[in-house]
Design a protein around this ligand. Structure first.
Ligand code: MTE
Length: 318
């Protein structure tokens, strides 16, 4: 993003899966069926026995069997330009954001337009946990147990028209509590977009929690997008508007620097960013001695999503 230097977080190794499991007091329920066609490393099935508000949320399909990044890193090293460009300051600044009640306006090419209360949406769409890799374009990565539901389930229930080819998402615009919106670091409000097939893909989540609890404000409460095969800037926070439309929507980072941030933003080690090679990534929570991880095409989700881009030149449509 616009920050050109990153601080190295002095820290121990990434939390091991076993530590995470014991900390979170998981029990392994009767194993769910691994989603058909998934690689051997992916699993489903466990539920939480105790913990936060979402402790009983079952783990959904497509969850990766990976060492989960420690909560403190995920919650205190955040990109939230509405508040600040300093990753370590948004925890404090975002406290002022009112997140309840919250509603989402749905407009454009759908039969069921309207203003929906978040609590009603959450009643209609059962939550599940998905442990996903998350890769920022700044060449750092983490693994997060998100709590949410597939965006595609919501979109189907809204009955898109045949002209709905793209989806645009908009973040809350509230400059009185979001000081970054009083600066011109980006064109506000933050907007993002997906092609309709990307939005409908079962990996794409609307997220309301992480690590058994509702999302911390700095991580995008009360509702954000998570698209695990794309760079993190696609995963827009604090969503207040979802618009289905025929044309490719504008996106905040693309408007700010079109040569650096494409609409697709699929994780791709072979397409360098002007400032970050993208071949490797620093795993959040590691020490300066932790070797960098080799970045994978589509962030390791090729098996699930490569078909969406069959025949496309990924260097041109970056
Ligand atoms: N959404 C909004 N509204 N504002 C932002 O500044 N930053 C993006 C994305 N979503 C951002 C946003 C970027 S650059 C990244 S890498 C991820 O959020 C970071 O998510 P995290 O802070 O929860 O790790």
């Amino acid at each position: 993003m616009l920050i050109k230097t990153e601080k190295t977080i002095p820290a121990s190794e990434i939390t091991g899966q076993s530590q995470f499991l014991s900390r979170r007091k998981f029990i392994w329920a009767a194993a769910g069926t691994a989603a058909a066609g998934l690689a051997g490393g992916l699993l489903s099935g466990p539920v939480h026995a105790a913990g936060g508000e979402y402790a009983d949320v079952p783990r959904g399909p497509y969850s990766a069997q990976l060492p989960v990044t420690d909560f403190d890193y995920v919650a205190n090293y955040t990109n939230y330009y509405e508040f600040t460009t300093n990753k370590e300051d948004s925890t404090r600044l975002a406290k002022a954001l009112p997140v309840s009640p919250w509603s989402v306006t749905v407009e454009g090419e759908v039969d069921k337009k309207g203003v929906f209360h978040l609590e009603d949406l959450l009643k209609q769409h059962p939550l599940q946990e998905r442990v996903y890799r998350f890769r920022c374009v700044e060449a750092w990565s983490m693994v997060v147990p998100w709590i949410g539901f597939p965006l595609g389930d919501l979109l189907k229930s809204l009955q898109p028209t045949s002209r709905a080819r793209y989806v645009q998402f908009t973040t809350l615009y509230k400059p009185d509590v979001m000081p970054g919106q009083r600066s011109s670091v980006l064109d506000w409000p933050y907007v993002e977009g997906l092609r309709i097939d990307e939005a409908m893909h079962p990996l794409t989540l609307l997220v309301t929690g992480m690590y058994d609890d509702p999302l911390p404000k700095q991580n995008g409460a009360p509702l954000r997008l998570i698209v695990p095969w794309k760079y993190g800037f696609k995963s827009i926070k604090a969503i207040v508007r979802i618009r289905l439309q025929e044309t490719m929507p504008k996106t905040a980072w693309n408007m700010s620097a079109p040569g650096e941030y494409g609409f697709y933003a699929n994780v791709n080690p072979l397409v360098p960013h002007p400032r970050w090679s993208q071949r490797t990534e620093r795993v959040l929570g590691g020490s300066i001695f932790t070797p960098k991880r080799k970045t994978e095409l589509f962030n390791g989700y090729s098996e699930q999503v490569a078909k969406l881009y069959a025949g496309m030149d990924l260097k041109k449509y970056f």
